[in-house]
Design a protein around this ligand. Structure first.
Ligand SMILES: [Zn+2]
Length: 259
């Protein structure tokens, strides 16, 4: 599937290659590679390509997710197949954090960003510096008090610490920690199973990662800032919306309402 995705990406980025021009003229016409549907008279190869596209979109939850995943595997605008392979290989059964991140109450978009965070694939500033894309590294959440890397932004940064502590307060967590590795261990080994409270706590984790990452992006790209309280509210709304819309027993409902 990785090789097929590389081909799809080459078509998407419209590489200056003769065969890509041919593909555009023959198969795509005015459509793009993500929209085009399979036709019965298409060649076997083309059908395989679109089949791989469909499978990859399903795996990532959405086309947008797939595209950002592929982008995260590019170095100097070239796809690293080994990185793509690792990102797409079925990890469900072999990594302890998979239950923390996927399924249950988790929103697919939260799962996806958390999945990238766990694999340290989000394009944080430390990575952009290494690739020569930017020259300085200042965490935008704490106004440049520290440099931005995965472990800082989740949840070592003063801003995300405040968000995370407030969420833990709200859910009556007894155990407190803002260290990424310890947190991930705790979530992967101690918060397993179908218990309602555990599911809610797992969702709090992925929703916090997602909302903090989005806040970081909005600050960088749109120069708009939310306060700790506003972000905490967003995470609570995410959690409450899912919980209220799911079938839960009376005891669980009372617990949620008492929060
Ligand atoms: Zn910071």
């Amino acid at each position: 599937m990785e090789a097929a995705l590389k081909t799809i990406w080459d078509i998407h980025t419209n590489k200056e290659l003769l065969w890509i021009k041919w593909v555009h003229g023959t198969y795509l016409k005015n459509l793009n590679i993500w929209q085009v549907e399979v036709k019965t008279r298409d060649s076997w190869m083309w059908k395989q390509l679109l089949k791989a596209r469909k499978k990859a979109v399903a795996l990532c939850g959405s086309l947008e997710n797939l595209q950002s995943l592929i982008r995260s595997c590019c170095r100097n605008s070239k796809i690293k197949l080994s990185a793509l392979y690792l990102a797409l290989s079925p990890t469900e059964n072999r990594v302890p954090w998979s239950t923390t991140i996927w399924g249950g109450f988790n929103y697919p978009k939260h799962s996806f960003i958390s999945w990238l965070a766990v694999q340290d694939r989000l394009l944080t500033q430390d990575k952009l510096i290494r690739r020569g894309i930017i020259q300085t590294n200042q965490c935008i959440l704490c106004s440049g008090a520290e440099v931005e890397c995965r472990n800082h932004i989740f949840f070592d940064c003063k801003f995300s610490q405040d968000v995370w502590n407030k969420i833990m307060d709200w859910l009556c967590f007894k155990w407190r920690c803002c260290d990424w590795n310890q947190l991930l261990n705790w979530y992967s080994f101690s918060l397993l199973g179908k218990s309602f409270k555990h599911s809610v706590k797992r969702m709090a984790f992925t929703s916090s990662i997602y909302n903090i990452w989005m806040e970081r992006n909005v600050r960088i790209f749109n120069q708009k800032c939310k306060t700790v309280e506003q972000l905490v509210k967003l995470i609570k709304v995410d959690l409450m919306t899912t919980i209220i819309n799911s079938k839960i027993d009376a005891e669980s409902k009372n617990w949620v309402l008492s929060l």
